[in-house]
Design a protein around this ligand. Structure first.
Ligand code: AMP
Length: 182
């Protein structure tokens, strides 16, 4: 189930473009304006809850930090658990980690080793606000699998289609973007 074109336009209009942030040449997609718009935020969350209501998920895993906002809200709506995937050094218990390449250098994400251990056959939806090159989400989906869960799908409010981050990620999980931008 995907979103109708007029609803995509409402969401697109609620997201603010900030040119040259955090560095020259990047157009930052600012979702704080979507979050503070109660109609737009509710439209998005109801759509996600409807789409994923039939997936028999046990958990939502959100990527640090904006994935936590959408992920925690959706987990509560679906009545499933929430698991944070964090940048290196933030999680207090034993972690499993995965490095990934950035434009310059490398970064690392982590998950608690026992994140899904309360259930048998955990089925997880990965969520973040945006997929650009897909490096972060690819590492996050790998982490979910490394700790013994199945990543059923990776979901993004926005996809920067011109960067085609989705094709590599789709080798390891299904990918859904609510809105694609060229
Ligand atoms: P990537 O690993 O290249 O797919 O980058 C995805 C991560 O970086 C996500 O957590 C996004 O929130 C953030 N990100 C990358 N590019 C942008 C952008 N243009 N606007 C907002 N967030 C971005």
């Amino acid at each position: 189930m995907t979103l109708a074109m007029q609803d995509k336009t409402i969401l697109l209009n609620a997201i603010r473009d900030i040119p040259d942030f955090p560095k020259p040449g990047i157009v930052f997609k600012d979702i704080t304006t979507l979050l503070s718009d109660k109609e737009a935020f509710s439209l998005l969350m109801k759509h996600l809850a409807q789409r994923y209501s039939t997936y028999n998920l046990t958990h939502i895993a959100g990527i640090d930090a904006r994935g936590f906002i959408f992920g925690a809200a959706l987990a509560q709506m679906l009545g499933v658990g929430f698991v944070p995937i964090r940048k290196k050094g933030k999680l207090p218990y034993t972690t499993v980690s995965e490095k990934y390449s950035l434009e310059y250098g490398v970064d690392e994400v982590e998950i608690h080793i026992d994140a899904f251990s309360q259930v048998q056959n955990p089925k997880v939806l990965l969520i973040d606000d945006l997929i650009a090159t897909g490096g972060t989400a690819y590492a996050a989906a790998n982490l979910i699998q490394k700790v013994g869960a199945e990543c059923i799908e990776a979901c993004f409010v926005m996809g920067l289609d011109f960067l085609d981050g989705q094709s590599k990620l789709s080798e390891i999980t299904k990918v859904y973007t609510v809105i694609g931008v060229d």
